[in-house]
Write a protein that binds this ligand. Sequence first.
Ligand code: HAM
Length: 423
Amino acid sequence: MKQTPQLPKGTRDFYPTDMRVQNHIFSIWRQAALKFGYEEYEGPTFEHLELYTGKSGDEIVAQLYNFTDKGGRALALRPEMTPTLARLVIQRGNELKKPFKWFSIPRLFRYERSQKGRLREFFQLNLDIIGTDSISAEADLLVAIATMLFDFGLNEKDFAIGVSSRRLLAAFLESLEVAEPNSIYPILDKRLKMPAEAFEKELLNAGLSEEKAKTLNAFMSCASIEELKNFDNLSNAIAELEELFELLKAAGVENCVKLDLSVVRGLAYYTGIVFEVFDKAKNMRAIAGGGRYDSLTETLGGQRATGVGFGMGDVVLADLLAEKNLLSQSRSDLQIFIASFNNDMKILFKTATELRKKGISCSHSLNAVKFSKQLELANAANAKCVIFADGKESKNGTWEYKILATGEQGVESLENILRRTKI
Ligand code: HAM
């Protein structure tokens, strides 16, 4: 027997019931971004391969969906939005008045081993601020994250934002006289995913002495800014963290955010504050991650433009919202279903045009079917009200109608019907 078409691994179909949920997520994302003054932008779904190689970090490059097009160009489906954003910034240079706050909801592609929370095609809200060194930018992004998660119905007990600082780690590694700090970050990133001995062994393999490996482990266990003060040469990085936490307190979100040195971030371009958002139980993968990247535009050959931002994926977020019962989305209502006693298609089309010109959403049967069948269709479409286009009393701007939820029937002007239906 011929095999029917299959869904590619790691991708999803969005039937209308799934699309309702997706639209709900996108709408809260978009409303929150706009509420914080971010402006929407977009880019292409594929870019030149070299935009990613050597800039984003080995892991993401290994996950690229890349191909050669018919003109022999090496291209890749975008695995993240940040390099595209950097390209947009470089292209317009000084034309763009900085600082600015932009957001986007790109569809992204990563050749990952699909598992819970990780797919090969997903969506990601990106909020980024370009052109300021101020720590207020980090604060604005973190407050936006907390606010949008509250808007979804989550509360402080459901999620936590862990904040760390690449500057702090760099200063500490410098004080330890580590020759190649960049080779240490990927090990620090995996620290909590392996036993302490394995972690120290990896550090030794990377060239650290046993003593330095132990000191680094002790440093990574610090859970508060006070504990960090026991180490020397970190005062600048600590002052920045303190300022950030004060702003978060002023905004009233301090209970959602904590210092967490285990947040290192896998991507190569981060230079300052880094952060990740997790479900409180830490049962799931990260909901969001981001940080400051002050040299990406230069790495890509453009002028220096500092940046800070984050990406929040739809997959883990939807899992968490579903777990907390925050995702039941009913179909959005159709205002009016138009029925005809005489199966008169022409009067249905004529009436529908009249109503739509008034901005009313309406639909009707596409076949000449029995009246009872038309009412069934009205219910299936979740219509609030049925009007009878060729009812005896439907004339001179009044319509025979029936409100489906209450069964109330009568003859009224359209305005009164809408009022009674509370549309
Ligand atoms: P990222 O940590 O690679 O950062 O991704 C951010 C979030 O996207 C993750 O926490 C996760 O929720 C979601 N995500 C990533 N990969 C997948 C996947 N395969 N399937 C489902 N969800 C996934 C970035 O992408 C940075 N470019 C974010 C950023 C923006 N940094 C600065 N500005």
